[in-house]
Design a protein around this ligand. Structure first.
Ligand code: FES
Ligand SMILES: [Fe+2]
Length: 435
């Protein structure tokens, strides 16, 4: 047997502090690198698996893939969420194949063993039949739990690493972004009321991680949409999300914010409102005034800022949606978009936000289709692997390091993209762990 494939991530991500940041083509295209990523990244970090409101009652479940590991997230009879490996402890059959649903108990389709909603073995079928299990049989106690399960404000994550830092430590600066998004609800809670919009693109998962926080691409990749907005203004009912009366105004607005490269690989871009009174005087003035009363002026600016964000490696929040992306191979990725509702917001506001998302992110929308086309183009371009490097230098000379060790960049800096690659380089080192 030959030596197992390995890499030196410093050969893949080259950073000269302050002025150069290069990423090697094979980091996107090599299937062996992809396999290493599944072990060293996806099985070593906190991975988002769903929102509590997707599992409303005992027996509600979701299935997920965490790196190479199939997982069940399920609500037990006591109302607690549990996460198990989706594998019967007898001879290995996956217990659930649907993406989500509801069950009374977990019954294995192969030989009929039954587990309760807490994973305990309830029935070993035909146990005492002739040729069955003898008195010394060591009956497995139940399904094997995933090492770590934790949630933050209803967002549920699991980790395959029993020694990983607590979820809140891991989220770090991202907590403030999640808080701001959720505090737009008068109750501070969101509800996922619909099934996700699912699409696949021919390209590496990291293209989505980079793109969801890419302020730089918007005016170019989405040039058609920008022109429409410039022509028709806010008449598409976006409540300021994609507001702009002219291309110049849109550019000025977008370039007022900041970009971030955070510890543990998270990145975000944030734009404060040009004029908070815009919200107070509009159609939903009453709703926004309630938020202003509750959170004060500073809080109001925080929650009405526009933020696009990524929780490393494969979850993001943008607009009024949670987005998850699942790596299939080095060249294929599945994206799941979950629009959410703000609990306590007017129905017509939530409905308007959903329409707005359909227009930009839906199957016939302006935005997601543009991005997927670009991902396909990057994948096509990267076939030219005689060209070694991709260039991520933008804004490096103006990024500032904060007290917490995060980088704060100017609005169209590639700081959020560098966040991904800095963490990638850290986790892909063989010395970092035994994997
Ligand atoms: S594999 Fe599940 S009962 Fe046999
Ligand atoms: Fe985009």
């Amino acid at each position: 047997m030959g030596r197992a494939f390995d890499i030196d991530p410093d050969d893949y991500v080259r950073e000269k502090p302050g002025h150069q940041f290069l990423v090697r083509t094979e980091a996107y295209t090599d299937e062996e690198v992809f396999d290493l990523e599944m072990r060293r990244i996806f099985e070593r970090t906190w991975i988002y698996v769903g929102h509590e409101t997707e599992l409303p009652s005992a027996g509600s479940f979701k299935t997920a893939q965490v790196g190479r590991q199939p997982v069940i997230l399920i609500r037990d009879k006591q109302g607690q969420l549990q996460a198990f490996f989706n594998r019967c402890v007898h001879r290995g059959a996956a217990l659930l194949r649907e993406a989500e649903g509801s069950v009374q108990e977990l019954r294995c389709p192969y030989h009929g063993w039954i587990f309760d909603l807490s994973g305990k073995t309830r029935l070993v079928s035909e146990r005492n039949d002739p040729g069955g299990y003898g008195p010394n049989f060591e009956e497995p106690e139940g399904l094997v739990p995933v090492p770590r399960l934790a949630s933050y404000r209803g967002l549920v994550f699991v980790s395959m690493d029993p020694d990983i830092v607590p979820l809140e430590t891991y989220l770090g600066a991202m907590k403030a972004i999640i808080d701001a998004k959720l505090d737009l609800s008068p109750h501070g809670r969101i509800v996922i009321a619909s099934k996700p919009y699912v699409c696949r693109y021919p390209g590496n998962w990291k293209l989505q991680t980079e793109n969801i926080v890419d302020a730089y691409h918007f005016m170019h990749t989405h040039g058609g949409f920008v022109k429409l907005q410039a022509k028709y203004g806010d008449s598409t009912g976006d409540f300021g999300v994609h507001k702009g009366r002219s291309t110049r105004e849109m550019r000025e607005q977008r370039f007022r914010g900041s970009t971030w490269s955070c510890r543990y690989g998270h990145g975000f871009a944030q734009v404060p409102p040009a004029d908070p009174s815009y919200f107070l005087e509009g159609e939903f003035g009453g709703f926004y005034r309630g938020l202003l009363d509750k959170h004060g002026e500073e809080g109001f600016e925080r929650i009405t800022s526009k933020a696009t964000s990524t929780v490393f490696p494969s979850m993001g929040m943008i607009h009024q949606q949670i987005r998850v992306w699942r790596p299939i191979s080095a060249h294929e990725t599945e994206v799941l978009i979950y629009p959410y509702e703000l609990e306590g917001a007017p129905d017509v506001f939530n409905a308007g936000m959903l329409r707005s998302q359909e227009r930009f992110y839906g199957p016939s929308g302006f935005g997601m289709t543009d991005d997927v086309e670009i991902f396909a183009r990057v994948t096509q371009g990267l076939r030219a692997d005689r060209v070694q490097w991709l260039v991520f230098d933008r804004g490096m000379d103006t990024d500032e390091i904060t007290e917490d060790g995060d980088y704060r960049g100017l609005p169209s800096s590639e700081a959020p993209q560098r966040a991904l690659w800095r963490e990638w380089r850290r986790l892909m080192k063989p010395a970092a762990h035994g994997a």
